[in-house]
Unconditional design. Structure first.
Length: 118
């Protein structure tokens, strides 16, 4: 058997070092923990007996409810960070107020889209 003319393959770069472990009370770590759930699938509303306009309204409400859930998850993570995390991880009162206002706006939109038109 002859010896190969080329050297055996080897990696060009070193393997990347593992990322440092996140503080479990940081905003990003808490968001990752909360966000393990599902989101809206982006598919048309499954009930076919509804009028097309009602199907669209229900799909809009479904997407808005998913957005509302995301806002609530961020709000919950920010509050947990305020209570348990480092002070520099807290997003601040103005951001918290903005998240609450976004949640209220999404609630109003969902309510408007869910109500049948007279």
């Amino acid at each position: 058997m002859t010896t190969p003319h080329s050297p055996p393959p080897r990696p060009i770069q070193e393997a990347p070092s593992p990322a440092p472990a996140l503080d479990p009370n940081s905003l990003i770590a808490i968001l990752h923990a909360i966000g393990a759930g599902a989101a809206a699938d982006g598919q048309p509303w499954p009930e076919r007996h509804l009028l097309r306009s009602r199907q669209m309204a229900m799909s809009d409400a479904d997407c808005a409810a998913t957005g509302q859930r995301i806002v609530q998850e961020i709000l919950l993570a920010a509050e947990r960070t305020r209570q348990n995390g480092e002070p520099e991880q807290y997003v601040g009162d103005r951001v918290m107020e903005g998240l609450v206002m976004a949640d209220m706006a999404l609630t109003a939109f969902i309510h408007e889209r869910m109500r049948p038109k007279d």
